[in-house]
Design a protein around this ligand. Structure first.
Ligand SMILES: *Cc1c(COP(=O)(O)O)cnc(C)c1O
Length: 422
């Protein structure tokens, strides 16, 4: 992570009358960075894209980063780069955003839903093995696995990597929640940063405004494999290459003197327009400069929640933490024993909203979604079901104050004292 940038505290966003569960932090430096692009001649695929890609690669410690239009586009590009197609399976946790699974369907492959640990929401190696077995019995060939660093906490990637190697699966990390997370080391040095691809072939990020660093809309894939990086860039831009060294059709691409024709480009494959603009990348780079500050601030908020919630245990409990992993805190998820508190989730969410506190459920298990139920029928994943029955995400964003946290936890405590008011 780069040195902590001095962030001026005049958050330029207007005050909100409701605390959302997440919101971006935009300051004057971000605005200036975007304005500078608007005053230049490049609005897309210019110097700001390359600068953002270089900054992201350096930040996470990967050889290369490929910026694109969204986290969803990044996942799709990763599936294309791996060459997944019909008959292939991508193993994903049932508790994640829809795009983690949908990218398999985009390329004609199947999403294979794995269970999660109900205490953490994380898919671990044994869940991957069970999902792979189920897929093989159904005639699907599992080829890749997309672990999700849920809420910003890292999956045990070393355990998962060993399992993936046994099953001959490529590992693509969905780190859309986890920019800034790392494997903790005893000596305090940052090691094992997410995105470095130490235990995976590619790592995917989203820069949607609800994520901790934003580009408005945007995403990226990091990798250490130059061949994958090339494929990601080709698929990002219509499948077209302008690199003479990659031209297959020499008759059309070269003159009699053997030199590449100046107008020539070649569409070797069918691709997409998944470019990120210079406008978005300038914002992303300016935001990246503040990552260390953002992560420190999110960690401080999480610590305050933890101590404020401690007296409400075991009825309200934060997600379990795994030791040795430095959390990026995209979401603050609390597990709530709704039966014991005598208040169902909808009523609790409505009573929070009535006093200006937003909350959300991350996520409805994907195998329950009508599209996937139609495609795969009923799937039994008890860890995901148990997790889903208890989870609620409370507000977590840079700028959330101590007083806000005290107020949020007081509303939760009040439901215990006075019952839940719809
Ligand atoms: C946000 C998110 C995505 C998709 O990112 P977009 O930029 O919104 O397309 C994918 N996976 C996870 C886990 C996410 O949270």
């Amino acid at each position: 992570m780069t040195a902590t940038a001095p962030v001026r505290l005049q958050d330029v966003a207007p005050p909100l009358d409701i605390l959302p569960y997440g919101r971006p932090f935009i300051d004057d430096d971000d605005i200036a960075a975007v304005c500078a692009v608007l005053r230049s001649q490049w609005l897309t695929t210019g110097p700001a894209v390359e600068a953002f890609e270089a900054a992201l690669a350096a930040e996470v410690g990967a050889a290369d980063a490929v910026a694109c239009a969204s986290g969803t586009a990044a996942l799709h590009l990763a599936c294309l780069a791996l060459g997944l197609g019909p008959g292939d399976g991508l193993i994903v946790p049932a508790i994640t955003f829809a795009a983690t699974a949908n990218c398999a369907r985009f390329v004609g492959a199947e999403a294979i839903f794995a269970d999660v640990d109900p205490e953490t929401g994380l898919m671990e190696a044994e869940h991957v093995a069970a999902a792979a077995g189920r897929a093989i019995r159904a005639g699907i060939r599992p080829r890749a696995v997309a672990p999700v660093h849920f809420a910003g906490q890292l999956v045990d990637l070393q355990g998962l990597r060993a399992q993936a190697a046994d099953l001959d699966l490529a590992v693509v990390e969905d780190a859309c929640h986890a920019l800034g997370a790392a494997v903790d080391s005893e000596d305090g040095a940052v090691r094992g940063r997410v995105g470095a691809c130490d235990d995976s072939v590619m790592t995917v990020f989203s820069f949607h405004p609800v994520k901790s660093v934003t580009m408005g809309e945007g995403g990226a894939v990091t990798t250490n494999d130059p061949a994958l990086a090339r494929r990601l860039r080709d698929f990002r831009g219509h499948g077209i290459t302008r690199n003479p060294a990659a031209f297959a059709d020499t008759a059309a691409s070269r003159g009699a003197d053997g030199r590449a024709n100046p107008w020539y480009y070649e569409m070797a494959d069918i691709g997409f327009n998944y470019r990120a603009s210079d406008i978005a990348c300038a914002l992303g780079r300016s935001q990246l400069d503040k990552l260390a500050h953002f992560v420190a601030s999110r960690r401080a908020i999480a610590r305050r929640y933890e101590s404020a919630l401690a007296p409400l245990a075991p009825l309200f409990r934060p997600l379990a933490r795994c030791s040795g992993r430095a959390h990026a805190w995209h979401l603050y998820v609390v597990r709530i024993d709704f039966a014991a508190i005598g208040c169902d989730r909808a009523t609790l969410m409505r009573s929070l909203a009535a006093v200006g506190i937003g909350s959300q459920v991350h996520y409805i298990p994907l195998h329950r979604q009508p599209y996937y139920r139609r495609r795969y029928g009923e799937v039994f994943l008890p860890g995901a079901e148990q997790y889903y029955s208890r989870c609620l995400s409370l507000p977590l964003f840079v700028g959330l104050g101590d007083g806000d946290i005290q107020r949020i936890v007081r509303v939760l405590a009040d439901t215990l004292a006075t019952g839940c008011r719809p």
